[in-house]
Design a protein. Structure first.
Length: 131
C-alpha cells in the first residue's frame, strides 16, 4: 500500500478520534452535567478506542482479530510513551530553549505523528509478509 495514502488515512483516523474526544467531552459536560475531571477522562478513553479501531481496521486494514488484545496493549503503550515524550520535549523546547509554547507543541505533535506512523505500521499493525 502506498505510504502517502496510508499516512493520510492515519491522519484522518486521528482526526475522527479527536472529534470523538471533543464531542464526548461536550456531551458529558454540557448535557449530562458531569464534572470536567470525570468527563475529560471518559472522552479521552472514547477517543483512544475510536483511534485504535480505525487505525487497525481502516487505515492499516488489519482484519485479523486473534491478537487484538496484544495490539491494544501495544497501542496504549505507544500512547503513554507519547505523553512522556511530549512532556519531556515541551520542557526542553519551552523551558530550556525558550521556544513559543504553541510552536513547540506543533513541532512535537508533528514529530510524534511521524513516529506513531512507524510504530503503528511496523510494530502494532504489521502484516506478516509485508515489507
Amino acid at each position: 500500500m502506498d505510504v502517502i495514502w496510508l499516512f493520510s488515512k492515519m491522519l484522518v483516523s486521528g482526526g475522527f478520534a479527536a472529534v470523538t474526544d471533543l464531542s464526548v467531552l461536550y456531551l458529558l459536560t454540557e448535557k449530562v452535567q458531569w464534572g470536567h475531571s470525570v468527563a475529560v477522562n471518559v472522552a479521552f478513553g472514547a477517543g483512544i478506542v475510536v483511534n485504535f479501531l480505525l487505525q487497525k481496521f481502516w487505515t492499516f486494514e488489519h482484519r485479523d482479530t486473534r491478537l487484538i488484545h496484544v495490539q491494544l496493549v501495544k497501542f496504549l503503550l505507544v500512547a503513554v510513551l507519547n505523553m512522556a515524550v511530549n512532556a519531556g520535549a515541551m520542557a526542553l523546547l519551552v523551558g530550556v530553549l525558550d521556544f513559543w509554547y504553541l510552536g513547540a507543541q506543533a513541532i512535537v505533535l508533528a514529530s510524534l505523528t511521524c513516529l506513531n506512523f512507524i510504530a503503528y505500521r511496523r510494530y502494532i499493525f504489521h502484516l506478516y509478509g509485508e515489507a
